[in-house]
Design a protein around this ligand. Structure first.
Ligand SMILES: C[S@@+](CC[C@H](N)C(=O)[O-])C[C@H]1O[C@@H](n2cnc3c(N)ncnc32)[C@H](O)[C@@H]1O
Length: 247
């Protein structure tokens, strides 16, 4: 029995359920209009109002060089970017919604310079850069060299049928020796054993095993209400920190 990752994605289009999409051509932009609407309407429950505590606790253990560049796919307006810049990193996010990018720089009282780069707009202030556009349209020359990736609610924001394409694109974009620091929230299946609940999630294994060594660095069990089934008793969720090193 696998666990279900707490998804942070937009709801599917009811006319194209994922089981059908599996045998139809895959459109990586199938949810793009929903994300743009979410940001326009400020329906951004996934946004965290503070720096992620697992990031600040486990990132220093990576021992990365001061000034090294960190790539953050599907970055939203995450405050984690500010924290990473404060640690001395050059932060480079990619985000579809111009509303999110503008909010990020305005809310943090930054003064970005905007540069058009083909279909993308680059926003930059000091160590913080966000390229506004579609992650799946990026090439390595758009972003430059990266050895480190931070993923919080990026993979899990996407419909399951395009998560494999997300990982394949990541492999194309970053260096052959890159490391991915991945945070997930996984709902433990009711009949899962402790070993299953506290192990590497099956979907994570399937998606990453070909390209990466998977190290599950930390698991924290938390009983909390399931946001997708209001009114039901609290369920156990596993907060996990994965370190994925390129093979
Ligand atoms: C669940 S949110 C997470 C944001 C951020 N990682 C955080 O921790 O707050 C997912 C974000 O991905 C963006 N997004 C979705 N599809 C995208 C794509 N194809 N290219 C770039 N950004 C995308 C959405 O607009 C949204 O801001």
């Amino acid at each position: 029995m696998t666990h279900h990752k707490r998804t942070t994605r937009a709801p599917s289009n009811p006319e194209s359920p994922e089981s059908v999409a599996a045998i139809e051509p895959v459109h990586t932009d199938q949810d793009n209009h929903l994300w743009l609407e979410f940001w326009r309407d400020q329906r951004t429950d996934f946004h965290q109002s503070a720096v992620n505590p697992l990031l600040s606790r486990f990132w220093p253990g990576l021992g990365l060089a001061h000034g090294s560049r960190v790539f953050i796919p599907l970055c939203g307006k995450s405050l984690d970017m500010l924290w990473l810049a404060q640690q001395g990193h050059e932060v480079f996010g990619v985000e579809l919604s111009p509303v999110a990018v503008e909010d990020f720089f305005r809310e943090n009282k930054l003064h970005p310079v905007r540069t058009q780069m083909g279909a993308f707009t680059l926003w930059n202030d000091g160590k913080l850069s966000i390229l506004c556009g579609d992650y799946f349209a990026l090439t390595r020359s758009d972003i430059g060299h990266f050895d480190t990736v931070y993923d919080r609610a990026a993979l899990t924001a996407l419909p399951e049928n395009i998560r494999g394409l997300y990982v394949a694109q990541l492999k194309r974009l970053v260096s052959d020796t890159a490391m991915v620091f991945l945070l997930t929230i996984e709902d433990a299946a009711e009949n899962a054993t402790m070993n299953q609940a506290h192990g590497v999630d099956e979907e994570i294994r399937t998606l990453y095993t070909e390209g990466f060594e998977i190290d599950l660095a930390y698991v924290e069990s938390v009983f909390e209400p399931d946001p997708e089934s209001a009114g039901l008793p609290a369920k156990r969720a596993e907060y996990k920190v994965y370190r994925l090193s390129s093979r």
